[in-house]
Design a protein around this ligand. Sequence first.
Ligand SMILES: [Ca+2]
Ligand SMILES: [Ca+2]
Length: 393
Amino acid sequence: MKNLKTLGLLICLTTFLISCEKDATEVLDNAALQETEATQPQNSKISFLDLLKNNTLTTKSAKKLQNLQSRIEEEELEAVAEFYLNDAESFNCSGSLTTEDFNNIDIERDIIEVYNINGVLDENTSYGNEEMMYIEPGDIVSGIQFSTQDEYNWIFANSYTSGLENLNIDNTFFNISAAPLEITFESYNINAITADLILLAYSSTMVYAVDSEDNYLGHIIIDPTYNEFEEEEMIEFTKELLYIKSPVPIKKLYMYTNDYYMHYAPNFIGLDAISFGQCISDADNDGVLDNEDPYPNSNLSETLFIDEINTSILNKFTKTNGVTMADEMDNLINLLNAQYTGDNYNQLHKKFVSEVAKLSYYWYKSRLITSRERSKISSFAWSTSVPYFQEIG
Ligand SMILES: [Ca+2]
Ligand SMILES: [Ca+2]
């Protein structure tokens, strides 16, 4: 039943493509490819293997990337962007990232091949026929554009697709074009990107990041996980989590693959859950992002110090998110030091002691310290020599 349905879908697609007069040569080429699929009676089910085998397009725009690659080597371009593979911890970057998971695309259970959208997939794309709209405007989030120069050949597939059953993936975008996949970000402040990649296990994959003027920002080479390839009909995939952050906004990613062993799809790359936006770090790792943290570099010392005196009282987080008792104490000392002229020591020292009393009362009320600890803090405050001139810088 599923086979018939898929076959029907293919015929629909082919009819749709032939009837379209725009971009006639490319459409005919693609239609011819599909015809081959559809007229094989003993193999009507679309399998990934067959799709890859049918991809005999020659590579042209790969040259552009080869040029970029040799420029990197010749000019010894320095990377500013950081790339991490399967290492969310080093990425250590949060914020409001927008995610495209391709799940709004209605691929009717298992697979669609996409042609005739002028080589660009973005929020304005619509694709389908009278019976079925697979992609409607708004299905892709705004701010991101997928494209492939030269002949493009894209597929949306998931674990219902023959050949991908073991991958446990929902709708995933696959570039099986000869040309590299390009991902363009419309906003100018994208400095954090994460993505799930589905790669051929015996391919080497390169991802390059460039800025709005096509300047090199950095790249990663993902080595094959298989070194030898024995069984011809076997396709093995690997899933990798890619993380990128860059101090300079990223405009575009180029994804370029060398398939050393099979040459089915020179730029095969599967992509899902691509997230992009602004990286906001949590420098002191207290769970409050820097942009919302009153003290982005909190004093996390184990015990509370008043100036140089160790009170031996545990330094705890206060009721205000991201703020420790030591942060508030340090801040108070800095405020008073800033008012010190050299003539007003006695006045400011008294003021310091009284401000410490207020602070410790609040800590006591918040059950961070006991009343005994509060008295201890008061007497320590007296014995400090706050205020004093602070070194500038
Ligand atoms: Ca923080
Ligand atoms: Ca903090």
